[in-house]
Structure formats: C-alpha cells, structure tokens
Ligand binder design. Sequence first.
Ligand SMILES: *[C@@H]1O[C@H](CO)[C@@H](O)[C@H](O)[C@H]1NC(C)=O
Length: 229
Amino acid sequence: MAAFNTFKLSLLLSLLSNIGLLPETSKNNVGLFPPTCNRIECPTFDVIQAGNDYEIRRYNSTVWMSTSSIQGISLVEATRTGFLQLFDYIQGNNKYEQQIEMTAPVITEVLPSDGPFCESSFTVSFYVPKVNQANPPAAEGLHVQRWKSTYVAIRQFSGFVTDYNVGEEAAALEASLEGTAWSAAIEKTRKADASSVYTVAQYNSPFEFSDRVNEIWILFDMEDEFLPA
Ligand SMILES: *[C@@H]1O[C@H](CO)[C@@H](O)[C@H](O)[C@H]1NC(C)=O
C-alpha cells in the first residue's frame, strides 16, 4: 500500500515537472503525425502524456504478425530479412492466399546481446489491419501477437534508421524518462519480462527520402488506476 502511494506521488511529481513548471524546450522529438498514416492504416492510440522529449501513448489492443526471432549483429539487416518475409505474407503467401493491405509502422523488437561480438535478437512485425485482426491467415515462420492494452514511451527521429543511431536514440529516450514514474514502471516491466528492451518503429519505405518518421518505443505495463484522471 505504501509503495503504491509513493508511486502515485512520484507520478504526480513527474507530471508536474513535465507540464508547465519547466520551460518548454523544442518538441522535435515527439508529436509529429507520420504522413504515411494519412495514406495507409496505422494503429490508433491515446496520448497519455506529451513530455518535452518523449510521449507516453496507450495502444488499447493491437494485433501484429511477427517473424521468429532473428539473430544478428545488424538491426538494419534483420529488419530487411524480416520485412521481406512479411511482405511475402501480405502479397498472399499465406494459408488462405489472401492479400492484405500494407500498414505502418513495421516494428523491430530488440533484445541486445551481452557482449560486443554476441548476436542480438530481433523480431520484426507487421501491424495487422482491423479487417483482418479477427482471423489473420497463418503462414509458416510467422506468428500472431495480440497485445493487450499497452503503454509505450516513445521518441521520434527522422532520416534513416542505421545501426549507429538506434542505440543513441534509445539511450536518449531512456535519459529523458529518468526520474519519472514511467521509468519506474518500465523497470518493473523489464524485471517481469525481458523479451525486448526497446523497439524501433519505421513508417517509411526505404525509397522515400523526405518526411521520414521513425520512433523508438519502450513498452511497459501500467494499471490504469495509477493514471491521472
Ligand atoms: C481506448 O479505450 C478507452 C477506454 O475504453 C477509450 O476511452 C479510448 O477511446 C480508446 N482509445 C482508442 C484509440 O481506441
């Protein structure tokens, strides 16, 4: 009980420090609506808090078609490998030979390795359109992930995702969350489930060169009762 109250208090404090009391800095890292989502379906979400350098979102329930975990030393390579498999799937290479509309984002869940020469583990997923969510066709090598209501801390960055900038962007997101109640919730979630540390969400095809939006996502669980009314 005491722990819960401390938690509520620190949540309140972190909200105060992020809304109004601190000077507003540039909002470059959050709040941009990916132009891609004007053209193709993207999952909807509620913005729970817009911080200075991060945004907290809640995705109510989303369905993803995911690759098995891909071992490798390059996120870019693993994402390409996974994406080709998923692209094949939506083109009709699935149990019902059903074509599925392209959506965004494509996400890559990252479980970093322990040492510099060890392989990290990547899972690449495609957001299943609402019309297919009840019964997405099965396919060899792919599995469905159904997320319950999920909280996500996000940071946006533009340009191209590279093996060099993802780690930096993820570290910047972690740093911007430091000392907030969100950070405590993230810590707790990681202790319970270490299946991914962060996720990279990409909204553009490799051939688009302007208006590119990418996001680092850190997923966490949180009881709705701890949220501000
Ligand atoms: C998510 O669920 C809540 C509670 O049922 C609802 O108020 C909200 O509109 C939903 N958000 C989205 C994006 O569907």
